[in-house]
Each structure stands twice: as C-alpha cells, then as structure tokens.
Design a protein around this ligand. Sequence first.
Ligand SMILES: Nc1ncnc2c1ncn2[C@@H]1O[C@H](COP(=O)(O)OP(=O)(O)OP(=O)(O)O)[C@@H](O)[C@H]1O
Ligand SMILES: [Mg+2]
Length: 243
Amino acid sequence: MEVSASGLTVRFGALAALNHVDLEVAAGERRAVIGPNGAGKTTLLNAIAGELRPTEGSIRLGGRDATRLPAWRRARLGLGRTFQRSTLFSRLTVAENVALAVRARDRKGWRFWPLRDRPLEDEVARRLAAGGIAHLADRQAARLGHGERRILEVELALAASPSALLLDEPMAGLSGDERRTTLERLGALPDDVTVVIVEHDLDAVFALAKRITVLDHGVKIADGTPTEVRANARVQEVYLGAI
Ligand SMILES: Nc1ncnc2c1ncn2[C@@H]1O[C@H](COP(=O)(O)OP(=O)(O)OP(=O)(O)O)[C@@H](O)[C@H]1O
Ligand SMILES: [Mg+2]
C-alpha cells in the first residue's frame, strides 16, 4: 500500500514539530526516516497512523485520502505500526499477545475463544520461531527484557499482516543477535509490504532501505538513495557528522 503525506505540518503551540513535509512511499518500498532527536520522526509516524491530527496537509494511504480517518480505520486499510514506547499486554504471555494480534487480524474478538485452536496455535508458534523468541512463548510480557519486548512488538505488528508498516526505532536496545534476527525478519517481509522505518541504527537503515528521508527540526532536508544521503553536506552537518 502506497503511503504519502503532502505539506504535512504539525504544531505543538509555537513549535512546528513538522513543517510542510512531503513524503511519497510507493507500494512495496522500504523507506527509512532518519534525523537527530526531536527532528519530528515519531510525529511523522503518528500523523500517518492517525494518532495525531495534522495542523495542515494531507495523508494518503493506498491512493485514498486518509487525512480525516481515525487510527483504527487506517489500521483496517492495512496500516500497521510499532511504537517507540512499549504497548504490550503486560500480564499476558508472549504467545497470548501474538494470539490476540492474530485474532484481531481475523476480526475475532476476545470472547468464545476455544480452548484449543490448532491453526491459531500453529501460526503463533511459527511467528515466534521466525522472530527468534519461541523460547519465550510462556513468559509473561511484563517479565521480558528490553530487546525481547521490542522483538515481540515487531511480531505483533507483523501478525496483523499489514500492507504498510510503520516502525519506530525497532532496533533500539537490541543485542547483536537480536538485531540480526530482526533485520532478517524485516528483510524477508513480502515484497508488496511497504515499510517506513525510523531508526538511529544506521547500519540497519542502510541494509534495509533503498531510499532515505532526513528530517531536522521538522523540515525535510534530504531524500534520496543511501549513497546520496551519505554524501549530502547538510545531512553530514546535522546528523551523520555527530556520530
Ligand atoms: N505531544 C507533544 N507536545 C508537545 N511537543 C511535542 C509533542 N510530541 C513531540 N513534541 C516535540 O516535537 C518535536 C519532535 O518530536 P518527535 O518525538 O517527533 O521527535 P523524534 O524525531 O521522534 O525524536 P527522537 O529521535 O528523540 O525519538 C520535539 O521537539 C518534541 O519535543
Ligand atoms: Mg521518536
């Protein structure tokens, strides 16, 4: 599903967290959004997902004007996301969290959940194995380590079978092994799934994305291939040079 924003502006009082930002992400594209802390990256994802109403500008999803749609309608259109901060059912186990996400995707609710549901159990097991967290299936989410939580969050987003996926710093705090598994997992998504990834881990960004958008103080300062972005003097000055 194509994701696009046009003239997107989000003001918090006097601060323009986003200032007339244009973004065109084609269906199946893997796009990274980078920039220093406070650049507006999370705000951009929130506005696209419908968590936040933009002050100005419009959002299109799959060619359809989504600017006024609430977040749950955008999710129904096939938009999935992860959050920079955790959003798990902390009292449930890892497997139960994934099972709920699968049931939500299939539009099944909490009630009348049969004691055994083999197709569901099989799918949950498959997803946990693919995410490298099969050994954590029966662990209560509240008892997960930081990296384990992030991985589960990515699995929950994937369990919805989104046609476009917004990821907010999925690599933050992961160990080397966890990073590799997550990178592989994201790299192996079906070709038609659109991915917009906000990430400070530039190795991951350069491995995943063919195109990178750079924000600084709410303004888009560059948009191009990894090679172009790396060579961009402005980007080096505000971001790459700082690392
Ligand atoms: N709800 C809010 N109310 C007021 N200001 C906000 C709000 N949300 C974000 N901001 C401000 O908007 C600017 C952009 O924030 P945002 O969280 O989008 O940055 P970011 O690029 O995601 O940063 P980071 O890399 O630290 O996650 C920051 O100056 C932030 O303080
Ligand atoms: Mg952020």
